[in-house]
Design a protein around this ligand. Sequence first.
Ligand code: NAI
Length: 283
Amino acid sequence: MNQFKGKTAIVTGGASGMGEFLCRKLAAAGANVIVADIAFEKAGEIAREIRAAGGHATASALDVTDKGAVYALVEKTAQENGRLDYMFNNAGILVVGEIRDMTPGQWDRLLEVNVMGVLHGTLAAYSVMLRQGFGHIVNTASMAGLIYQPVTAAYVMSKQAAVGLSLSLRTEAAGLGVKVSVVCPGYVDTSLYTNCQSVKADVQDVLGMLPVRACRADKAADKILSGAIKNKALIVFPLHARILWWAYRFFPIGMLKIMEGMVWLFRRKARTSEAHDSCIKDM
Ligand code: NAI
């Protein structure tokens, strides 16, 4: 982790889950971290804890959908520190439900945060990093950025956009001194699932359909940082995600059947809970 000593890093969505552990671990490795999040109070607490432990951290209230605010934070950070070494575009949200049940507003918000938020952070950091001739942009997508899955279509769409943007930029940026990686985790135990919007769905039911155990958020942050040190194009973890990705590429028909089976199971569970809810109302 010596690579991070004396470096400056912005982490969006740094107040929770993987972003929080990225901030703590970067600071423990000697980096100066900007904990940027829409949840400013929580970001402030984390920055204070890092400083109390002898690290360098500042909290910043940031909504990644606010393009002007993202550019301003990136420029200010680079000016105040004389450099911006790492930009972790990690903030993201999830909506669970079938496409037929989602409102246009739900699509808009998810795409604003997960696609435009990542784009603003990427472009703002890229212009600073081009100017200075170095830097590393690390965008968090998801396993959903590499394979499709039902009942989270907006999320899948947003994460595939993040993968496409990151890998395309990587090829353009390589000769200009800027590195780009994209993170594709499988299931990680974070607040993403408690904070998510469920549309005619129970997120616990959906998680219950996954035949895998969640990875811990601190372990996920380790994987992200070691992938960044190795300048990996795609940082895919944990093992279940690697297996799933492999199966998707080599057994596409089998994967289609599994996904269709998940839709069937999802609808059956949704019907059961509707019946259960109406039973309770009738009592
Ligand atoms: P989390 O919910 O613990 O953290 C997400 C953070 O993003 C929160 O602190 C939240 O306040 C912040 N955020 C949300 N909207 C924002 C906005 N408009 N502007 C600034 N900050 C905002 O969730 P987690 O899991 O740590 O998520 C981090 C990233 O990892 C997300 O992009 C997520 O999609 C991705 N991911 C998560 C997986 C999981 O299983 N937990 C799997 C694959 C990817």
